[in-house]
Design a protein around this ligand. Structure first.
Ligand code: CP
Ligand code: NVA
Length: 328
């Protein structure tokens, strides 16, 4: 699982719905003092998941470790100072060796080509835990959150969210790209407002638009430099940091370029968001991209969204490791 682009609409729908139903079943079982219900309990007994992280992480690390543990497996965290991930050893050698000893690799890397390289040479499933281009586990959790909030009736190949509109205001980055692919596949319109020079690169736009293939009513992607234009009639306002990991040297330049893009209640009102609009953010959050009033306010879904990272990890590991890529 390198990107949501790898999934058909029905596979993506099932991953999201499974995440949501496992959440309910496990929480009910835990509340009753029981172990996780079948099919999760013991599903990963004897299996080790290598978690290779070349960048820091709170949610992805904790959710993956907790998900593996919940299914009885062993999560093995390997930070950038622990193993030779592309440093002092080729990715080919690393991938062949680690996949010969484990049941899955979950990798957080810099360039997307690194995780693609690991996957190309691995004998076990590889899950992208964030690369320069994509963040599929985040997108599964985000759609789970939208599904649980908007309460529409899903079908076999869609979550029933057609007609909703997402407004992304801020940097065009890895989190946006998979979110946009998910939107196109699920019939959710997505409008992106980024400053000039920080829009979606042409190659990535092609990948996002290609997600419409075979989808009866794909979501529309639109781009602007004006936040209010993107926000018009949006049901969900989303943003992420203006300075992603690895871009720290550009921080001052970026903070200047993104002035005026902070999500606030005033901006949402000025832009004409839907009266019951919601706010989402993958976290970690910085106050420059969204103020406290929105981030901690009634419209904010950020903490359920973060919790859903656990259920997205359970769903993805079940599909790719336990069920060997069969998503049902
Ligand atoms: N949203 C997310 O991936 O957070 P972490 O970087 O803390 O894992
Ligand atoms: N865009 C951010 C996401 C972190 C989860 C980054 O790449 O740092």
């Amino acid at each position: 699982l390198l990107s949501i682009a790898d999934l058909s609409p029905s596979e993506f729908t099932k991953l999201v719905l499974n995440a949501s139903s496992h959440k309910k079943a496990v929480k009910d079982a835990f509340a009753a003092g029981q172990v996780p219900p079948k099919p999760l309990h013991g599903a990963m007994t004897g299996k080790t998941v290598a978690m290779m992280f070349s960048k820091r992480s709170t949610r992805t690390r904790v959710s993956t470790e907790a998900a593996v543990q919940l299914m009885g497996g062993h999560p093995m965290f390997l930070g950038k100072d622990d193993i030779q991930l592309g440093v002092n050893e080729s990715l080919y050698d690393t991938s062949v060796v680690i996949s010969s000893m484990t049941s899955c690799m979950v990798a957080r890397v810099g360039p997307h080509s690194d995780v693609a390289n690991l996957a190309a040479h691995s004998s076990v499933p590889v899950i992208n835990a964030l690369s320069s281009d994509f963040h599929p586990l985040q997108t599964i959790a985000d759609f789970q959150t939208i599904h649980e909030t908007f309460g529409r009736t899903p079908t076999d190949s869609s979550l029933g969210l057609e007609g909703l509109k997402v407004a992304w205001v801020g940097d065009s980055n890895n989190v946006l790209f998979d979110l946009a692919i998910g939107c196109v596949k699920m019939g959710v319109d997505i409008a992106v407002a980024s400053p000039t020079g920080y829009g979606i690169p042409a190659e990535m736009k092609k990948i996002i638009l290609a997600a419409a293939e075979g989808v009866a009513k794909p979501g529309k992607l639109t781009e602007t430099t004006v936040p209010e234009e993107a926000i018009k009639d949006a049901n969900i306002l989303v943003t992420d940091t203006w300075v992603s990991m690895g871009q720290e040297v550009e921080a001052q330049k970026r903070l200047k370029a993104f002035a005026g893009y902070q999500i606030t209640n005033e901006l949402a009102k000025k832009g004409g968001a839907k009266p019951d609009w919601k706010f989402m953010h993958c976290l970690p959050r910085h106050p420059e991209e969204v103020d406290d009033e929105v981030f901690y306010g009634d419209r904010s879904l950020v903490f359920p969204e973060a919790e859903n990272r656990l259920w997205a990890a359970v769903s993805a590991l079940e599909a790719f490791v336990v069920n060997k890529g069969k998503i049902f």
